[in-house]
Write a protein that binds this ligand. Structure first.
Ligand code: C5P
Length: 231
């Protein structure tokens, strides 16, 4: 876990050489790197291990969502990666039994967190998907409580959900927060966003940042500037 630097850069590329070059460029300015679907589906364990060899802690963001046995066995396979990720995740929407089975499978070998409501979803989006009339923030808090009840270490949530989660759940419950945008920057496909400083002030432990760093002309400078903006 990053002690002093909460920035986790999302290495969203299918290209191993590009991911390694980005990792090398930013590693002295960030606390963690994130490997997600785009990279892992293209490059698997070998690609993961090539990036992890850069020596930065890895958040493996594969968002497992399946029946309890399949998620538990999938996580058991992921724990064979070397070095193991420090954080990995599942979807809280998989339910209490699935989350408990997942936690039993990983024990304390990795911090296990659950995605609540994706930061790309608005109230209208979740209503259209057939959820009841609750709003995204009520859903996210409910799923965070379920995640805590299942014994997981924390959640992935929007910066806008942090205040309620911090109020209702213990302070050591980990919050990993995407949807981070610099003031006046493009939001792309993200909808529930905040600046790095606002997210940290609201209680984020880890800031997941992709395009604001990886799309910059100088990713190392972008990461350093964001870190400086937190002070
Ligand atoms: O480029 P950007 O900063 O929007 O990237 C955000 C990263 O965080 C992406 O890798 C995305 O998969 C991930 N993420 C997210 N929302 C979640 C969980 C993960 O945006 N709820």
């Amino acid at each position: 876990m990053p002690q002093n630097n909460p920035i986790c850069v999302a290495l969203d590329t299918p290209d191993v050489a590009k991911a390694r070059a980005l990792a090398r460029a930013v590693k002295s300015h960030v606390g963690m790197l994130k490997i997600g679907l785009e990279f892992f589906y293209a490059n698997g364990a070998a690609g993961y291990e090539a990036v992890a060899a850069e020596g930065v802690p890895i958040f493996l963001d594969l968002k497992l969502h399946d029946i309890p046995n399949t998620v538990a066995q999938g996580l058991t396979s992921l724990l064979k990666l070397s070095p193991a990720p420090v954080i990995t995740n599942i979807h809280a929407g998989g339910g209490l039994d699935m989350m408990k089975a997942a936690k039993d499978a990983v024990g304390d070998k990795v911090k296990l967190i659950a995605v609540t409501i994706l930061t790309s979803l608005s109230d209208e989006n979740i209503w259209a998907a057939g959820f009841d009339t609750r709003k995204t923030d009520e859903h996210a808090l409910n799923l965070a409580k379920l995640t805590h009840q299942a014994g997981l270490d924390g959640v992935v949530c929007s910066p806008l959900d942090l205040a309620a989660i911090r109020k209702e759940l213990p302070r050591d419950f980990l919050t990993v927060v995407p949807g981070i945008r610099l003031a006046d920057a493009a939001t792309h496909d993200q909808k529930r966003v905040a600046t790095p400083k606002a997210a940290v002030e609201a209680g984020a432990n880890v800031l997941v940042i992709g395009r604001a760093i990886t799309g910059a002309t100088d990713p190392a400078k972008a990461a350093a500037d964001i870190f400086a903006s937190l002070k």
